[in-house]
Design a protein around this ligand. Structure first.
Ligand code: MN
Length: 251
């Protein structure tokens, strides 16, 4: 294990600095160049997403009627499981040392990896983040600091919900709607295509994710067919604002 780990780390560093070598950097520059990886913002430790799929924090039926049990089961056990499996393959193929590089750091550096890594690191992260964003907390809105920040940056909580709903409705094809803390420290709403994520340096929408909504058809088609807006409207009732608030408070 120890040797494998060391070999993986060296392979990974070679991969990361490969472009630098091609550009004429000397070998002596290697150690410092290896530290030029983009480090993502460090979220609350409890919110860091592991590389493997974690148990769903509630039963498949828990979010009914907003999200039906069959959709949850297929989504979690088939779609999301496939991302986790393919991420595991990509990590091995591309010699990422997961003991020294967090999934958040992989996301911040997806430009240095394959398309397979980007799609599956994003897909796995997004789904783990999504499951944890839901569950009945008993609160239909955040409290205290986050609520005030939303009012400040969007005008009102309802205005924020409309903007977020529109981001999800208007995302063409497959993707995600997000509430993030943008680089300017303000809250922002937007969407990302496919399995992109705001932590990716390549993402148009950048920031620390606080809330994410899957608007791929597989997330709602069994119950809502083509009615994505109905799915989004129902989804608001199962947002776990305690979790979103905790993510905000951790920053
Ligand atoms: Mn999905």
């Amino acid at each position: 294990m120890g040797n494998n780990s060391n070999n993986s780390r060296r392979s990974f560093i070679r991969k990361i600095v490969g472009s630098g070598l091609a550009a004429g950097f000397s070998a002596a520059a290697l150690p410092s160049m290896a530290t030029t990886l983009v480090r993502s913002h460090q979220p609350l430790a409890a919110e860091k997403i592991p590389y493997t799929q974690t148990p769903l924090p509630y039963g498949y039926k828990a979010l009914e009627p907003a999200i039906d049990a069959m959709t949850m089961q297929i989504h979690y056990a088939k779609h999301a499981a496939a991302y986790a499996k393919s991420l595991d393959e990509a990590v091995k193929e591309e010699h990422v040392d997961i003991t020294t590089m967090s999934l958040e750091d992989v996301l911040a550096n997806t430009a240095k990896f394959s398309e397979k890594m980007r799609n599956n690191a994003g897909g796995h992260y997004n789904h783990e983040f999504f499951w944890k964003s839901m569950g009945r907390s008993g609160n239909s809105q955040p409290s205290a600091a986050l609520f005030q920040a939303i009012e400040k940056d969007f005008g009102s909580f309802d205005a924020f919900k409309i903007q977020f709903t529109d981001a999800g409705k208007n995302r063409f094809g497959s993707g995600w709607a997000w509430l993030v803390i943008a680089p300017d420290k303000k809250l922002a709403v937007g969407s990302s295509p496919n399995q992109s994520n705001p932590l990716m340096a390549t993402s148009d929408l950048k920031g620390i994710p606080l809330l994410g909504l899957d608007v791929w058809e597989h997330a709602y088609y069994l119950k809502y067919q083509n009615r994505r807006p109905d799915y989004i409207n129902a989804w608001w009732s199962v947002v776990n604002w305690d979790t979103v608030q905790r993510r905000f408070d951790a920053q």
